[in-house]
Design a protein around this ligand. Structure first.
Ligand code: E4P
Length: 219
């Protein structure tokens, strides 16, 4: 499973990318607004830090505007993945941009039917939002299970990857991997939380205490 980082914070991305565990980045207008920085500059900088896909979202809501913005974003770097909302115009723009060879991430997916349409429109990724579904009392992971199952039924025609978004906890990531989702985009805190286990900390402290008693050094 590939891990993308869900943030527009360049310093945070640089820090996490140094681990070698980051396969891509997703941003959205809300994440960009949090930085207070110029969107195009931020996208350029992220694309230099991470070789994998960097999702940059259009803000136009009509087809022509989405197409124009998408083409401009795609020119920023070869690893830009244009993010389009799952609307009728977004799907049309997805079809057009993907036909031109641009990577597209169709975002704000909340149903399996929407995911099927994104796949038919040639999306590179479709982003179902698990956390926001959980927030309204639905089962976000059931949507991932449904989409993965449906896509697997059409291995010859559906190439779209399931990008699990709106991830809130390490359990979301584990469950998404169990279900066979291709990618999860993780807020930095969730990636850091994945490494934590109290027994790891306790075990390490005990090993180091015993090692001290030997009076030895490796270096
Ligand atoms: C990623 O592509 C999405 O924009 C993001 O995961 C949304 O997460 P949120 O529901 O926590 O805002």
């Amino acid at each position: 499973m590939r891990f993308f980082i869900d943030t527009a914070d360049v310093a945070e991305i640089a820090d996490l990318a140094a681990s070698g565990l980051v396969d891509g980045v997703t941003t959205n207008p809300s994440l960009v607004a949090k930085t207070g920085r110029n969107f195009l500059e931020v996208v350029r900088e992220i694309c230099e830090l991470v070789p994998g896909p960097v999702s940059a979202e259009v803000t136009a809501v009509h087809y022509e505007g989405m197409l124009a913005e998408g083409r401009k974003l795609a020119k920023l770097a070869p690893n830009v993945c244009v993010k389009l909302p799952l609307t009728w115009d977004g799907l049309k723009a997805c079809k057009a941009l993907s036909s031109e060879g641009t990577q597209v991430n169709v975002t704000l997916c909340f149903s399996a039917g929407q995911a099927l349409l994104a796949a038919k429109a040639g999306a590179t990724f479709v982003s179902p939002f698990v956390g926001r579904l959980d927030d309204i009392g639905h089962e976000g992971m059931q949507l991932i299970s449904d989409i993965v199952e449906i896509f697997r039924n059409y291995p010859d025609t559906i190439r779209t990857e399931v990008l699990v978004a709106s991830v809130r906890t390490p359990n979301h990531v584990i469950e998404a991997a169990r279900l066979g989702a291709h990618v999860a985009t993780l807020p930095p805190k969730v990636l850091r939380d994945l490494v934590q286990h109290p027994l790891t900390d306790k075990g390490l402290a005990a090993f180091l205490k015993d090692w001290e008693k030997t009076g030895q050094r490796i270096l």
